[in-house]
Each structure stands twice: as C-alpha cells, then as structure tokens.
Design a protein around this ligand. Structure first.
Ligand code: HEM
Ligand code: HEM
Length: 178
C-alpha cells in the first residue's frame, strides 16, 4: 500500500500513473482542438483528429474526477510546497484541477441541455432534446476559451517543472513525480 499511496517524499504509484497517463492523453486532445481551430471544415486531417475529441474528452473528465478523489484521500501525506513559490505552485495546481474539471463539464452540461444529445464510446448517454435549454448553451460557449486557458497553463506548468526545477533550481520536484 505504501508504494501506491503518496508520501511526503514522493507521489505514489497511483498519483504518478494518473498524472503521466493524463499528460499523455492531453496531447491528442489539444491536437484535435488545434486542428478544429486551424484547419478548414472538410479537411481530412481535421476530420480524423476531431473524430475522437468527445470520447477522449469524456474519458479525461472521468479520470480527473478519480484523480481529484485520490488526491483528496492523500492530502495529508502528499509532498509539501514551502515558501512563496510553493504557494504559487499550489495555486497553479488548483487552477489546473479547476480547469481540467470545468472545460469538459461545461460542454457536458451543454450536451445535456442541447438538441444533439451525447454519446460516449458509441453508447447514447443523453438523448437529443426538441428544444435547447438556453443557459446550458450559454455555459457550453465558454468551452473553447477556457480550453485554451488550460493549454496555456499546462505550458507554464511544464516550463516550471522542467525549466525551473530541473535546470535552474536542480531540486527534487521533478523526481518526486517521476
Ligand atoms: C479536458 C477535455 C477537453 C479539452 C481540453 C477540450 C478542448 C477544446 C478546445 C480548446 C476547443 C476549441 C477548439 C477551437 O478553438 O476550434 C474545443 C472545442 C470543442 N469541444 Fe472540446 N475539449 C474537451 C472535452 C470536450 C468534451 C467532453 C466535449 C463534448 C461533450 C467536447 C466538445 C467540443 C466541441 C463540440 C467543440 C467545438 C465547438 C466549441 O468550440 O465549443 N470537448 N475543445
Ligand atoms: C511534460 C509534461 C509534464 C511535466 C514534466 C510535469 C511535471 C510535474 C511535476 C514534477 C509535478 C510535481 C510537482 C510537485 O511536486 O509539487 C507535477 C504535478 C502536477 N501536474 Fe504535471 N507535468 C506535466 C504535465 C501535466 C499536465 C498535462 C497536467 C494537466 C493537464 C499536469 C497537472 C499537474 C497537477 C494538477 C499536478 C499537482 C499534483 C497532482 O495532484 O497530481 N501536469 N507535474
């Protein structure tokens, strides 16, 4: 159990698997979003990359809920952050979590109240409605903008983890998640 759970020196196996597994899955998710934004409608590559956006997005949503629950369960024994930079790191991680939940959540709420319904891995979760619920559509409109905010925050997170901790401070922050 001790290797699976977090400890003050190191993130445990489950936290590390969730962190790196999700980090890998976010790459194709942002690639599909970038193709949706940059390529014209009807483009074959755009169609291919877009084909998995919803299924992967829902999967990431389920994984972040699991990760958040595991993180809360381990809260008292996770590696600590000290000083001003530590508080900044904690705030940055909290913002990452908030956006990882909110980005898919607003679109799921939009689908629940929308006219196209929602399927996950071919299974219909929400049937199409005859009329859309206006406030759910207004929420879903934030999806793209906050999705790009998440991408920017992830970029900052990677620069801090590798650039600052690994190459400038040369501390153990990267190794406790590695
Ligand atoms: C963490 C998961 C997700 C991320 C990071 C993400 C990211 C993004 C981004 C950045 C865009 C904007 C693309 C553009 O500018 O053209 C976008 C668009 C879109 N996403 Fe997602 N998405 C996620 C999950 C989902 C889910 C779960 C759904 C469906 C239930 C969904 C459906 C859509 C749709 C329909 C669009 C195009 C229309 C719009 O921009 O609102 N996404 N996504
Ligand atoms: C090359 C990519 C990445 C590297 C090198 C990296 C590195 C790290 C490191 C070293 C930590 C531990 C920090 C500490 O000890 O306090 C960490 C934590 C964290 N990372 Fe990343 N990360 C990467 C990608 C991502 C991505 C894509 C996300 C989310 C979209 C993410 C979200 C988080 C969060 C929320 C934490 C806080 C700890 C937790 O609850 O899991 N990381 N990352």
């Amino acid at each position: 159990m001790s290797d699976l759970s977090d400890s003050p020196d190191r993130f445990g196996l489950i936290s590390r698997a969730l962190h790196w597994g999700m980090a890998v899955l976010f790459v194709p998710q942002f690639l599909s979003a970038a193709a949706h934004w940059a390529l014209p409608r009807g483009d074959a590559l755009r169609g291919t990359l877009w084909s998995y956006h919803v299924d992967l997005g829902v999967t990431l949503f389920l994984l972040v809920l699991l990760r958040g629950a595991w993180g809360l369960w381990n809260l008292g024994r996770r590696p600590e952050h000290s000083g001003v930079m530590g508080r900044v790191a904690r705030a940055g991680h909290a913002a990452l979590y908030a956006l990882m939940v909110m980005v898919p959540a607003v679109k799921l709420i939009g689908s629940a109240g929308g006219m196209r319904g929602l399927s996950y891995l071919g299974i219909s979760l929400v049937p199409a409605r005859e009329t859309a619920i206006a406030w759910t559509q207004a929420m879903a409109e934030w999806h793209g903008a906050i999705g790009w905010m998440l991408a920017a925050l992830v970029l900052g997170h990677v620069v801090m983890a590798i650039g600052w901790h690994r190459f400038v401070k040369r501390d153990d922050v990267l190794s406790r998640m590695a």
